[in-house]
Every structure is written in structure tokens, then in C-alpha cells.
Design a protein around this ligand. Structure first.
Ligand code: CP
Length: 309
């Protein structure tokens, strides 16, 4: 297979295992390209991409922009904070104005779940979801699974625990779908208040004891506490959260086997992981960021191949 089964990347839920494997094999080639002295290919010289960010981002935004430029696409950037959205313009008016400028693909981060799907049903351009509220963050899950494959040889049969604020996390949901499609076993771990009530219906294990979760897993993906999405207090204090669910070096070193430590960023050092864990040899956090560019090049390249030119 050399074509995706979807026309837009809205969520991992919509992808087949073959789609994910195609994205990975394409990303393998692009990873080789971005490690060359000349890190650019002319593949998308005739394509214009708009990055629409209605919510803050560092990694995802830079990574998409870099991926697009490495593919030689023309790139325009839009940030809600400095746009006419502040004057009351709707999402669809903003996007239609941008599309009038002959844009072929839109990469969008938005605070509302479903925003990327809404857009994909109303515009002619390809849409890539760069995170929609608490729903999905598909390219993050792809780069996470790609990084596991790179470090452990494959994702099939591996045990992955996702620790922290599962309730508010689009990264958790996309990771659960992606890892399961690739044959991994998934566990979630965190305070009862931050684990959705019906999460086990997705086929994941639930554990509230961090040590037990870490003793079970091959990989621990430590998530950030998303205070910006929390309208009430879900735990007494960050100090107490960190004591029960934070990963420190003493705990990591006491485990019976060497596990891989991941984090999607941004890290709250000293809350979900300590600095010595984030910077340890078991941490692949910066490798995840590097792989993000290759994965996003692959997604954009494969979707662009479906544009009628
Ligand atoms: N991982 C991630 O989505 O980071 P940003 O919010 O900085 O893009």
C-alpha cells in the first residue's frame, strides 16, 4: 500500500494499522533526509500550507513548520492571538479568507474538540489536526509510537503506561488508539479524579499505584498536569501529586528492569518528572522531538499526494 485510507488527518481513530505503518516507513526515509548536510527535498514545491494556531504551542508548531519547509512547501503562519479572531471573526470566515489565498493544506490547533473535523467537512483543502481540545493529537501519538519502535525494535507486544492527567489529555487518547492498533498493551495510571470513568471500555488497564505501573511496563509516558483545562481542583496540591505520581531517579533506579521514559512536552520539571529523570539516559524526550519532524513530513507528504494538481 502506498496511499493513506483517509483524505485528512483528524484522529488516529480513523487510521488503519496499514496507514500507521505507511507513515512510519515514509518517516524512516525522511529521517534519513533530515540528517543529511542538505536537509531539504523538492517534493512539495507547488503546495502552500497554512498553519493555524488558535492555542499556544512550541514543539508542534515549530515541528510542522520545519517539516513543511524541509519538503519545500510554501508556508503561511497564523496565530489567533495576533489575528482578527480577536475582533470577533468566526473560524469558518477566518479559514475561508485564508483559502481564498489558494492554500492547499491547513494544519490547525484549536481549543475545541471536533474543530478539525468541522473544518475538513467545510473546506476543499486537506486538514491536519495539530491538537483539538481534549480530543486528539494524532501526530504526537505517531511520533511517540515511532520513537518506541526505534528504541525497542517494534511496538507489537510492548507494555506502555501513560501516567498523569488522562482526563484532559488529547495525547493520551491518541496514544491509546495508536499503540493498540500497533499491538501494544496499554495501561493508564493517575489519581482517580484524573482517569475518565469509562476508560477501561477502550481496553486499557487502570492502575492507581505508580510503582506497580512502572514495574509492569516497558515504556512510561509521563504526561503534564493540564492546569489550564482544569476548572476545579482534582488533587490537593502539585506537591502531593508529585509525591504520588511523579517519577524521580530513586524510583526509576529501583525498578527491576530498565524502562524507556517519554514525555510529550512541555515538561513541568519537578512535578511529573524530576530533572535528573528528564535528562537521564533512559529518557528519549528529545528523540521524540526529532522524530516529530520526520513524522510530520511523512503525514504532509502522503496527504499532499492526494491533492489533484
Ligand atoms: N507536545 C506538544 O503538543 O507540545 P506543544 O503544546 O508545545 O506543541
Amino acid at each position: 500500500m502506498n496511499n493513506l485510507s483517509v483524505d485528512h488527518l483528524i484522529g488516529i481513530k480513523d487510521l488503519t494499522r496499514e496507514d500507521i505503518e505507511l507513515i512510519f516507513s515514509t518517516a524512516d526515509s525522511f529521517k534519513e533526509v533530515i540528517n543529511r548536510p542538505i536537509k531539504k527535498v523538492p517534493s512539495l514545491r507547488d503546495i502552500t500550507i497554512a498553519n493555524l494556531f488558535f492555542e499556544n504551542s512550541t514543539r508542534t508548531r515549530l515541528s510542522f513548520e520545519l517539516a513543511e519547509k524541509r519538503l519545500s512547501a510554501d508556508v503561511v503562519n497564523f496565530s489567533a492571538a495576533s489575528s482578527s479572531v480577536k475582533k470577533g471573526e468566526t473560524l469558518i470566515d477566518t479559514v475561508n479568507n485564508i483559502l481564498s489565498m489558494k492554500v492547499d493544506m491547513v494544519v490547525m490547533r484549536h481549543p475545541n474538540p471536533g474543530a478539525a473535523k468541522f473544518l475538513s467537512e467545510r473546506i476543499g483543502a486537506k486538514v491536519v489536526n495539530a491538537g483539538d481540545g481534549t480530543h486528539e493529537h494524532p501526530t504526537q501519538a505517531l511520533l511517540d509510537a515511532f520513537s518506541i519502535r526505534e528504541n525497542l525494535g517494534s511496538v507489537e507486544g510492548k507494555k506502555v503506561v501513560i501516567v498523569g492527567d488522562i482526563l484532559h489529555s488529547r495525547v493520551a487518547l491518541s496514544n491509546i488508539y495508536c499503540l493498540q492498533k500497533l499491538g501494544a498493551e496499554v495501561m493508564v495510571c493517575g489519581p482517580t479524579t484524573l482517569i475518565p470513568k469509562y476508560i477501561s471500555e477502550l481496553g486499557v488497564k487502570v492502575e492507581h499505584n505508580l510503582r506497580k505501573a512502572l514495574e509492569w511496563c516497558d515504556v512510561a509516558n509521563m504526561l503534564r498536569i493540564q492546569l489550564e483545562r482544569q476548572e476545579i481542583k482534582y488533587f490537593p496540591s502539585l506537591r502531593e501529586y508529585s509525591m504520588q505520581f511523579g517519577l524521580n531517579k530513586e524510583l526509576l533506579d529501583s525498578l527491576p528492569k530498565e524502562i524507556v521514559v517519554m514525555h510529550p512536552g512541555p515538561i513541568n520539571r519537578g512535578v511529573e518528572i524530576t530533572s535528573d529523570v528528564a535528562d537521564s539516559k533512559q529518557s528519549i524526550i528529545l528523540q521524540q522531538v526529532e522524530n516529530g519532524v520526520a513524522i510530520r513530513m511523512a503525514v504532509i507528504y502522503l496527504l499532499a499526494s492526494k491533492i489533484e494538481r
